[in-house]
Ligand binder design. Structure first.
Ligand code: NAD
Length: 508
């Protein structure tokens, strides 16, 4: 897969990506305000998962490339952090405007590289822009304990500072959006950043950096492409990186937290999920089925918050399936290039498609049955049919592990306490939903569920103003909202002794 060369002739990012430059175009890193060919000798193809065809080559970054990018971010830090919140906010607003002017191109790149339908890719770009705009406003309106006299004769104040150079490591399912969820608060808070996108989906991160080359001062935002085990590891261990922020799998989060321990750098982890969807007999079952159609199968189920584990009250199990299965079968699956009517594209890679099919094989071996789907279609590209699994034995692997594909499992319960216990029984703690028309239950259950987000009569709705992040194995740290700004800041207590003489100081 990886191709070694002695010299890598990289293309300018704009030329390489719009239109996509074909499999021979080698995309540079983006360091210190410009494309850079790096120090390595290897490249890796970037695929369109809907066709299985390579569409570009990305550089396999090296630790030396990371050194250079971190040095650029470190050099840019004093100038960037000393700007006022208003000045940084204005830069972020300008960045948002540039991205908005290029939104369709970014959505197209995202769709071609990830296989996600264009309407979803457009939503991702809109969310990216909104995140930058929100962070631009939020950094100017931060609240804190007021300055004052907390010890007699002394005035205390809290100073909020950036932490320094922050490494952002992102996954392939929402390449641009997850990057923006990091870059927005990281830069707003006055840090500089080295971003490592997933080696499978580097296109939009590179294009974004390129589009913003004239907006951000050189070195404020850098992008190094390559493998997690090389570039990601080098960032996690780098002595000049103050904080490393990862969105990805539990395994990657553990690796980064372990590597970061050597320098005791701060870690921010947004990891996997296995969201229970608790459906009570009094729920509006049409709304539930509509909700699962979107939240279970959007982005081909490759969503950390996907509505993937249905827990339904036994008495309405049949009624729910009667509504759900036809809705799932009505999903329009295909190559997003066919048009905006495509609702579900392929999985991101052959390896990932095979992993999802492996989960299905093992589920069938455990006795599960597919109420619909359950296999890959004959088409080119890495597709799996939208699948609803039923008749699952207690503790079945597919009800516990993150499949990260278009697969929804359905289990039943007869008792509310048992349903809560089942929902909490997973190692993940990212998100959950409760579907009920009972006001007391709706008010009570979120407090009993061990998940960072709980929706009531909804699933996978986001607000930029509200925090997103998990408990337990889903990690710690918060994306979005003012809490993300806190995560990428450090607080300093400055105390002034106001005594004018030694006597006064003694009296105080
Ligand atoms: P992944 O863990 O394979 O990769 C994520 C990133 O980590 C990539 O950039 C990868 O190169 C890097 N990485 C891998 N090993 C590393 C290491 N040892 N050191 C440093 N970096 C390393 O995840 P993925 O397959 O790209 O994405 C899917 C996963 O991401 C799923 O588990 C999903 O639930 C999770 N996810 C979580 C959220 C959230 O908000 N909680 C959002 C999106 C995706």
């Amino acid at each position: 897969m990886i191709e070694a060369q002695t010299q890598i002739p990289v293309v300018p990012l704009g030329d390489g990506l719009a239109p996509i430059g074909g499999e021979t175009a080698v995309l540079p890193h983006f360091v210190n305000g410009a494309g850079w060919e790096g120090t390595g000798t290897e490249t890796q193809p970037v695929f369109n998962p809907a066709t299985g065809q390579p569409i570009a080559q990305a550089l396999c970054g090296t630790p030396a490339d990371v050194d250079r990018a971190v040095a650029a971010a470190k050099a840019a830090l004093p100038g960037w952090r000393q700007r006022t919140p208003k000045d940084r906010a204005n830069v972020l607003l300008e960045a948002a405007a540039v991205l908005e002017a290029n939104a369709e191109e970014l959505a197209h790149l995202e769709s071609v590289n990830t296989g996600k339908p264009m309407p979803l890719a457009r939503d991702d770009v809109a969310g990216t822009i909104d995140t930058l705009r929100f962070m631009a406003g939020a950094v100017r309106a931060q609240l804190s304990l007021s300055a004052g006299e907390y010890v007699t004769g002394r005035t205390s104040m809290i100073v909020r500072e950036p932490v320094g150079v922050v490494a952002a490591i992102t996954p392939w399912n929402y390449p641009l959006l997850t990057a923006a969820w990091k870059i927005g608060p990281i830069l707003a808070a006055g840090n500089t950043c080295v971003l490592k996108p997933s080696d499978q989906t580097p296109l939009t991160a590179l294009r974004m950096a390129d589009l913003l080359a004239e907006v951000f001062p050189a070195g404020v935002l850098n992008v190094v492409t390559g493998a997690g085990s090389v570039v990601g590891e080098a960032l996690a261990t780098h002595p000049d990186v103050a904080l490393v922020s990862v969105t990805g799998s539990v395994r990657s989060g553990q690796a980064v937290a372990g590597a970061a321990a050597a320098t005791l750098k701060r870690v921010h982890l947004e990891l996997g999920g296995k969201a229970p969807v608790m459906v009570f007999a009094d729920a509006d079952l049409d709304a539930v089925a509509d909700g699962i159609r979107v939240a279970g199968f959007g982005n081909s189920g490759q969503d950390c918050g996907a509505a993937c584990r249905i827990l339904v009250e036994q008495s309405v199990h049949g009624e729910l399936l009667k509504r759900l299965v036809p809705r799932v079968e009505s999903l329009v699956v295909g190559d997003p290039a066919a048009g905006d009517h495509i609702e579900m594209g392929p999985l991101v890679s052959k390896t990932h498609r095979d992993s999802v099919l492996g989960f299905l094989d093992r589920a069938f071996a455990e006795g599960a049955r597919a109420a619909t789907g359950g296999r890959a279609p004959e088409d080119d590209g890495y597709f799996v049919l939208p699948t609803v699994l039923v008749d699952l034995p207690d503790g079945a692997e597919s009800t516990r592990e993150e499949i990260f594909g278009p697969v929804v499992t359905v289990e039943t319960f007869t008792d509310e306490d048992a349903a809560v216990e089942a929902a909490n029984s997973t190692a993940y703690g990212l998100s959950a939903s409760v579907w009920t028309e009972d006001a007391r239950r709706a008010a009570d259950l979120p407090g009993r569920l061990d998940f960072g987000t709980v929706w009531v009569n909804d699933h996978l709705a986001f607000a930029t103003e509200m925090p997103w992040g998990g408990f337990k194995s889903s990690g710690y740290g918060r994306d979005l909202s003012a809490y993300a700004l806190d995560d990428y800041s450090r607080t300093k207590h400055v105390m002034f002794n106001r005594a004018r003489s030694a006597d006064e100081a003694e009296q105080a």
